[in-house]
Design a binder for this molecule. Sequence first.
Ligand code: ADP
Ligand code: MG
Length: 318
Amino acid sequence: MALGEFALIARHFSAAPAGRVALAGGDDCALLDGGDGWQWAVTADMLVEGVHFLPDVDPEALGHKALAVNLSDLAACGAAPRACFLALALPRADEAWLGAFSRGLHALAEAHGCVLAGGDTTRSPGGVTIAITALGEVPRGAALLRSGARVGDDLWVSGHLGDGALGLLMRTGHAPADAAALARLERPQPRVALGRALRGVATSAIDVSDGLAGDLGHVLAASGVGARLDWAAVPRSAALAACDEALQRRCVLAGGDDYELVFTAPPTAREAVSRAGAAAGVAVTRIGTITPASGLLLALPDGATMDIAARAFDHFAP
Ligand code: ADP
Ligand code: MG
């Protein structure tokens, strides 16, 4: 039987800490011991034409997004971006396309103090592929991990969820276009300042790249806990809230491309979380509780609860 994405990684590319590699695989970033009292957080993410973006996408937005998805993983660990490496496979060297793509990438890199430090460029007949590796810095032991959620913690999310999936439906002509939702799909803002502000406050964090159910599922599995999610509390944009209920749930729970942070913190830290959100200029909303029972329970406004399969978008799902 064909392996799913995560089983495939576990079987063939499982990673283990060794030497200065303090954390390898299974989280948003790996952690490498740096100098006195700090660590490198390192992450790699790839965007493939026809899978992650449409061929006619605005190249400037694509340059932004290719880096944004990596900075989002640094944000999820509470790391400060320092450097990135760009590996680029192109069918042709189109000067206008490259100018716009690099403008988008450089603008976001500069905004976050992230130096483009190297990379690789090659021709590929099959379409554009962009692979970026990003490095950030974090005080030793302070990185936010998926494994830190504790029973009784509050569950929080930044911004609002579901616009990435809704934006894709708009792009493909399946929903009426809304500029704000499209911008959220094409120019996601990595929550770097929030991640840093949550160091020492949040007990765990992940960025939502594959839908809330699956990504929260990774936190629950890594922490050995369950969660109860209050559907009515999940923040949604005006455009998504205007859609029918089933579509809203699909976009939030099983969508993708939101790049918000989902994190946990003890109830005693509620004020500290609000201060972190205010300092970072991002709304933070309490959406549930960490429970001892395993699994993810969705509590609906009418009092009913549903056990939702913790299933993210899987590139190799059978
Ligand atoms: P994210 O969505 O945060 O980028 P992924 O779901 O892509 O994380 O990956 C899950 C975990 O598996 C991460 O820790 C990542 O580093 C690791 N991983 C993914 N692909 C590979 C691979 N080909 N070799 C080694 N580790 C991998
Ligand atoms: Mg991630």
